[in-house]
Design a protein around this ligand. Structure first.
Ligand code: DX5
Ligand code: ZN
Length: 220
C-alpha cells in the first residue's frame, strides 16, 4: 500500500481578509507545507499575491512555503520570492525561454526547485532537467482558479513520472495540484504522487474543519 501523502493546502481558498490567522490555523491542523499560488493576470487569467504578502504571512507558520509561480517572465522575480520566504519555488517551463536556467537560478538562491506541468504539457519536457529538480508539480486543472474539476488524464502522467523518477534513482517528489479531494487524492497516491495540493477541499467548512479535511485527504 502507498504511504500517506504530504498535504500542501493552497491558501488561494483561505479567507484573504484574515490570511495570517488562516495560515496559522491550517498549519496547526496538520498541513505539511503551505502552498502559495502566485498569479500575474498574464501567464494565467487571474491575479493573486506577490512577495509583499508572502513576507507578511511568513511569520505565521514554520512549515515550508511551497510557492507556485504562475508568472511570465519568471526569472527576474525569483530572488524576490526567495527573499520573501519561499522554501520551494516552482515555475512553469512555458514561463520563459530557458527553463534549465530558471532551475539553476532557483537552486543558486538556495531554494528547492520545482517544475509545474500544465495538463497539455507532456512529462518528457523534463527529461534533461529532472535530475536538477526537487519537485514536479503535475497540474490536474488548467492553472488560474481554485475549485475546478480534476482532469483524469493526468493520472497517466503521474504514473509515468513516478516510474522515471524511481528508475533513475532520483529523490524528486511528485506533487499534484488541482481538483484534489479525498477521492481524487486516493487515485493520485495510487498513481505514485508523494504530495498533494488542496485548496477548496482543505479550507472548506472553516477552521474547525481543517484538521478533518486534511486527514481525509491523507486517507485517514
Ligand atoms: C490553480 C492553483 C491551485 C488551486 C487548487 O491554478 O495552482 O493550487 O488553488 O485549488 P483546488 O484544490 O480548489 O482545485
Ligand atoms: Zn498551485
Amino acid at each position: 500500500m502507498a504511504s500517506a501523502p504530504l498535504i500542501s493546502p493552497s491558501i488561494l481558498s483561505a479567507d484573504f481578509a484574515r490570511l495570517g490567522e488562516e495560515v496559522r490555523a491550517i498549519d496547526e491542523a496538520g498541513a505539511d507545507w503551505i502552498h502559495v499560488d502566485v498569479m500575474d493576470g498574464h501567464f494565467v487569467p487571474n491575479l493573486t499575491i506577490g512577495p509583499g504578502v508572502i513576507r507578511a504571512i511568513r511569520s505565521w507558520s514554520d512549515k515550508p512555503f511551497d510557492v507556485h509561480l504562475m508568472i511570465s517572465p519568471v526569472d527576474a522575480s525569483l530572488a524576490a520570492y526567495a527573499e520573501a520566504g519561499a522554501d520551494m519555488i516552482t515555475a512553469h517551463p512555458e514561463a520563459g525561454p530557458h527553463f534549465h536556467r530558471t532551475v539553476q537560478a532557483i537552486r543558486a538562491l538556495g531554494k528547492k526547485a520545482g517544475a509545474a506541468l500544465n495538463p497539455s504539457t507532456p512529462e518528457t519536457v523534463l527529461d534533461y532537467v529532472l535530475d536538477a529538480l526537487d519537485l514536479v508539480l503535475v497540474m490536474s486543472v488548467n492553472p488560474g482558479f481554485g475549485g475546478q474539476s480534476f482532469i483524469d488524464s493526468q493520472l497517466r502522467k503521474i504514473e509515468a513520472l513516478r516510474k522515471t523518477v524511481d528508475a533513475r534513482g532520483l529523490t524528486t517528489l511528485i506533487e499534484v495540484d488541482g481538483g484534489v479531494n479525498p477521492d481524487t487524492a486516493r487515485a493520485c497516491v495510487n498513481a505514485g504522487a508523494h504530495a498533494l495540493v488542496a485548496g477548496s477541499a482543505a479550507f472548506k467548512g472553516g477552521p474547525e474543519r481543517y484538521r478533518a479535511n486534511i486527514a481525509a485527504l491523507r486517507g485517514q
